[in-house]
Design a protein around this ligand. Sequence first.
Ligand code: F0G
Length: 459
Amino acid sequence: MKLPFAESYKIKTVENLKRSTRAERERWITEAKYNLFNLKSDYVFIDLLTDSGTGAMSDKQWAAIMEGDESYAGARSYYALKESIEEVTGFRYFIPTHQGRAAENVLFSAIIKEGDILPGNSHFDTTKGHIEFRKAYAIDCTIDEAKDTELEIPFKGNIDLDKLENVLKSNPVEKIPAIVLTVTNNTAGGQPVSMANVKGVAALAKKYGVKLLIDSARFAENAYFIKTREDGYQDKEIREITRELFSYADMMTMSSKKDAIVNIGGFVAFRTEEDMQKCHMYCIMNEGYLTYGGQAGRDMNALAQGLREGTEFDYLETRIRQVEYLGKKLDEYGIPYQRPAGGHAIFVDAKKILTKVPKEEFIAQTLGVELYLEAGIRSVEIGALLADRDPVTKENRYPALELLRLAIPRRVYTNNHMDYIAAALKNVYDRRESITRGYVITKELPIMRHFTVELEKAE
Ligand code: F0G
């Protein structure tokens, strides 16, 4: 008999979950103004809000925490992290920060000025926020195929090289501080970018004299997809692939809370010392001294270890197969999602499910509230709430897709939890025709409103 697949780790510590009743959840979500971010985590049974900072650290990472060096300057932990970053990415220069958006803040403070243009593939919301906050423009050049959720192609996160070249051609090079390539492409559904595409982007960057920045939150999951889907990479180690990927870039920003499996942390890394030095002042002002940035020594130690574990093939296979497992369950029930399954999440196609809810009433958010009411599962809207208003016209932006992201924390839930999630979604799916109205905004911030927005039922 062929042996079935089994996880590449076992469980050493557990955390108990709290169940709730539908009546309790109805009260809690009303008090939370229908914003899932406002819920206490104790009110949530399975938390799929994000895969960021929610992973389970290993025994080796916890051991590394005990050995953290908390010296203000020149800590051993800084050098341990430097070595690990170089091993995994090839970058020799780096600045630690407290998380990914802090890395963006430090880097963008140094390189972006008003009116600049940063083309890329579906910039993440904090990335776009940091660009637009500086009155610069994030131009999305993702391939059009990414908008067709039913289309099954291996590298749906790619940049459209023609779109990119048009932007590069029609703007002066001084106005383009960097191309931002996000791997995997979170907003498009955790979809990977192929090595061929990275090479194509790098060639254009070179041709036009523009720098290439890789937003690397899920670079290891991207490398797994390259290994398993792209010709010529099957026999390569994950770390050979990650080093090749970064060899085409000038800089990277990293939210370590994803693929480095730590609960907090990030960094910016650079090809040249000169580029790093341009950012030093912003690190000291906003994060901390250069050898700890926004992190404690113990955090840097855990991160150094996590980067290595996060780039082990066995770990990545377990991780990505769990997301695929959830996708296959949804297939059984006929529930539409961005195909193929992403690296860190399933992105349910809310527009195809709640066909009667108008887009002005936030379709994916409506589905998210329903899933919470059904089973205490917390997910996140990737739709018009997240898309914010246009910074110039102040009109709501309605993206082509209204997705509900079910982000799977790393090494946290079992496949029984995946079964539970799929069944809950099926129950909502079965009563989809009866859901006809969504929500309207009663309070919002001008940028990144989805975190704090308050809503009420549209009636
Ligand atoms: N870039 C990408 C692609 C991200 O997905 C995130 C965070 C960041 C940058 C910012 O990093 O949170 O450490 O400041 N994404 C999380 C998510 C929040 O839920 O997808 P951060």
